[in-house]
Design a protein. Structure first.
Length: 283
């Protein structure tokens, strides 16, 4: 029988948006379509710059008719609240961090999850089935919900699947399609206008996205995130989040293809690397 795992995600926080105009407010800002955000389902999305680069990535959970929860990066919470408040203008919306709430993840090796206890808001991760489910609740509620499940390393699980998150997406640095938002169900190309839509749509239709995240492995301990990945003296990418021997990296696809075609060594800080494409990626 496959093993289920659970982890409290201390790097995630919760923001609540309340008010009758909340759904329309978010619809005009985010990369995804709020029409798909229904009870029991979460929406994965981003808030972009007008130039199409990611400022924030988050999940949106429909809690009640006029109340939505954002599962977002703890380190970026204050900045996200500030940005949303700036866009709010005169809309009748309350925006507030919910310090009493936390986020947890539950996943299984064969994608078949055990029944999850009641008392928390539970939603399947909309990016990939392999990422399992997420829960929002007070720390006490989550502790009770996870008590019967063995702990797991969620960051390692995510990295092993080749899925980037906020740790890999410095503000105003990575285009949505470079981060795999199309394949990870984070962008809708049929919805109306949102911030950064023009650039995102143009990259989609002209197929101009040149960078992607790949999985990096080494028999040696990997250097720190931000280290340059090189081949024959030319930079092909940058290391992102990861563990001792496995990490993500954002690479130039053309340069990676040239290096792999030539069977040239690929290294970071002199350490040999193996790079491979995540199975969910289209290109």
């Amino acid at each position: 029988m496959a093993m289920a795992h659970a982890s409290l995600l201390d790097d995630r926080a919760v923001i609540a948006l309340c008010g009758p105009q909340t759904r329309d407010f978010l619809q005009g800002l985010i990369t995804n379509d709020m029409a798909s955000c229904a009870e029991g389902r979460a929406l994965y999305a981003a808030l972009l710059t007008p130039q199409g680069k990611i400022l924030f990535e988050f999940f949106i959970v429909h809690e009640t008719e006029n109340r939505f929860l954002l599962d977002c990066a703890t380190a970026r919470t204050a900045d996200l609240v500030k940005r949303l408040s700036m866009y709010r203008l005169r809309a009748k919306i309350d925006i507030a961090v919910q310090p009493e709430l936390a986020v947890a993840a539950v996943w299984a090796d064969d994608d078949v999850l055990p029944p999850l206890p009641v008392g928390a808001i539970t939603y399947g991760d909309p990016r990939l089935p392999d990422l399992g489910s997420r829960m929002i609740g007070t720390r006490d509620v989550l502790a009770r919900a996870l008590a019967g499940l063995p702990g797991g390393d969620y960051a390692a699980h995510r990295v092993g699947l080749g899925v980037p998150d906020s740790a890999d997406l410095p503000s105003d640095s990575v285009f949505a399609l470079d981060a795999g938002f199309e394949e990870l169900n984070g962008v809708n190309f049929k919805k109306g206008c949102y911030v950064g839509q023009e650039v995102t749509s143009r990259m989609k239709h002209r197929a101009t996205a040149r960078r992607r995240f790949v999985i990096v492995e080494s028999t040696d301990a990997l250097p720190a995130a931000g280290t340059s990945i090189e081949s024959e003296g030319r930079e092909i990418g940058i290391l992102a989040s990861g563990q001792t021997n496995q990490a993500l990296a954002l690479v130039r696809l053309d340069r990676l293809d040239e290096a792999q075609t030539a069977k040239a060594p690929i290294t970071a800080a002199g350490r040999p690397l193996t790079l491979r494409k995540a199975p969910w990626r289209h290109v």
